[in-house]
Design a protein around this ligand. Structure first.
Ligand code: PXG
Length: 465
């Protein structure tokens, strides 16, 4: 059977990669000098690279391999589906069984009236769908001027022109002419970095009220929707104060604003429930999903839409769709992934075993001299690196330098932990065991110790003034 072999030496593979492969969110020249790490195989929570290292993946890939690596059931279902019906589209009044079965299953898992799904192949595509969905919804209801979408600074909703505009990442907006018109960003509920003298509760209310201020400023008749991640992921696992979401919900309800919960990271068990909206007590009209839907085994995402929005959109033709909307192989794999999550009671494992163990390990790191707050919900957590815990100080050096150093030390200790500026984040496979969590804690502490030594040696532990 022909396969892609790993027969070339690492250096040669790295040279070919540098010559031909453009990497996302990467400085190409810098990577070419260093050489990319080449991952060759994976099982459970461990990755293996071309140099024979076994690396504990604290990030479940990119927040997606919820079920863990190497599940043969998913490969078997993919192979079987490819043989039976490798592809057909869902345009022009056709459908197929995998898309039907997956749509029905998702409707069963989702709360309340979220019973309809428009499929895409990624979170970015699904959020692009959402922009058109909410504007078309209001236009169909005779309110075409209701088209502004409010989002948040430091949110991540994808990398396409539309979803990148919804996101609030300044470095992304600086390239390629983003954001598109009629998207407004309010501040994020990041108490540690931006809370000042306010209590977390006061700060949560104040940040939610910014939504109301924009609605009042622009006029309620011009606002289509508010989009947010229940817990910001790529922004650094920012868990809002508990006053935040109830106030946001009140405002959306009061002014007839559609609420879009971007569940791309929070969905499919990450927070201990099927959806982050359930954990945070939110009632969205639309949810964006991807990643954990298939545990990353196939590219698939979608917009889950409530009955009312579906009814209005369905009253005419929605001129939107992707070649791979509801792709049969991706749908079959997603369905099997959900079947395994259910059959193996993986959400129960999260709630009763993995999340409590992870919480204990994570908060234990809080006694490290470099670590400020440690925060966690379910299986997503972050910690703030700081030169002074009491004052919640930032570093005097450029933001992200300490985080990058820590990430490098994690790699050196065969642990994948991501940094977002000077926050370290984790989001391991949901199936991780307490022993593996212990091992993760050991490696994380070694990395923090080494990072501390390096920063000290370079006189980089100075707080910003
Ligand atoms: N919404 C959210 C909340 C996400 O986290 C997307 C949408 C876009 O999904 P796609 O499938 O188009 O990538 C995401 C993706 C990181 C990182 O480094 C995070 C994401 C993607 C790539 C890197 O934290 N999140």
């Amino acid at each position: 059977m022909p396969t892609i072999t790993n027969h070339l030496p690492t250096k040669e593979l790295q040279a070919l990669d540098a010559a031909h492969h453009m990497h996302p969110f990467t400085a190409g020249g810098e990577l070419a000098d260093k050489g990319a790490r080449i991952i060759t195989r994976a099982n459970g929570v461990y990755l293996h690279d071309s140099e024979g290292n076994e690396i504990l993946d604290g990030m479940a890939g990119l927040w997606c391999v919820n079920i863990g690596y190497g599940r043969a059931e998913l490969a078997d279902v993919a192979a079987q589906q490819m043989k039976q019906l490798c592809y057909y589209n869902t345009f022009f009044q056709t459908t197929h069984v995998p898309a039907i079965a997956l749509a029905q299953k998702i409707a069963e898992l989702t709360p309340d009236k979220l019973n309809h799904i428009f499929f895409a192949s990624s979170g970015s595509e699904a959020n692009d769908t959402n922009i058109r969905l909410v504007r078309t919804y209001w236009a169909t209801k005779g309110k075409p001027e209701k088209k502004i979408i409010i989002s948040r600074k430091n949110a991540y909703h994808g990398s396409s022109v539309g979803s990148g505009s919804l996101g609030g990442m300044t470095p992304m907006h600086e390239q390629g002419g983003l954001p598109i018109p009629d998207i407004i960003h309010i501040n994020q509920p990041n108490w540690w970095a931006e809370g000042g003298d306010k209590s977390p509760e006061e700060f949560g209310i104040a940040k939610a009220k910014e939504l109301e201020e924009v609605i009042m400023g622009q006029g309620e008749n011009r606002i289509a929707a508010f989009i947010a991640e229940p817990i910001q992921g790529a922004g650094g696992v920012i868990i809002p104060p508990n006053t935040y979401w109830p106030e946001i919900q009140r405002i959306c309800d009061k002014y007839e604003i559609l609420l879009i919960a971007d569940e791309v990271i929070c969905g499919f068990g990450r927070t201990g429930n099927w959806f982050g909206s359930q954990t945070m007590g939110i009632k969205p009209h639309i949810m964006t999903i991807a990643k954990g839907l298939s545990s990353g085994y196939q590219p698939i995402g979608g917009s889950i839409v409530c009955d009312e929005v579906a009814e209005v959109i369905g009253s005419g033709e929605f001129n939107h769709g992707y070649t791979y909307s509801g792709h049969p192989v991706a749908s079959a794999v997603a369905l099997e992934n959900i079947r395994l999550l259910e059959e193996e009671n993986i959400l129960d494992h999260v709630r009763k075993v993995a999340a409590p163990a992870l919480k204990e390990m994570w908060h234990n790191l809080g006694d490290h001299p470099l670590v400020g707050e440690t925060t966690i919900v379910g299986m997503m957590a972050s910690l703030a690196l700081t030169p002074n815990k009491e004052s919640r100080a930032k570093f005097a050096m450029e933001a992200g330098t300490a985080g990058f150093t820590c990430r490098e030390r994690c790699f050196a200790n065969n642990l994948i932990m991501r940094h977002v500026y000077d926050r370290m984040v984790i989001s391991p496979p949901l199936v991780i065991t307490p022993e593996e969590i212990k091992e993760m804690g050991k490696r994380a502490r070694s990395a923090l110790d080494e990072c501390y030594t390096i920063l000290k040696e370079h006189n980089q532990l100075k707080p910003a003034t």
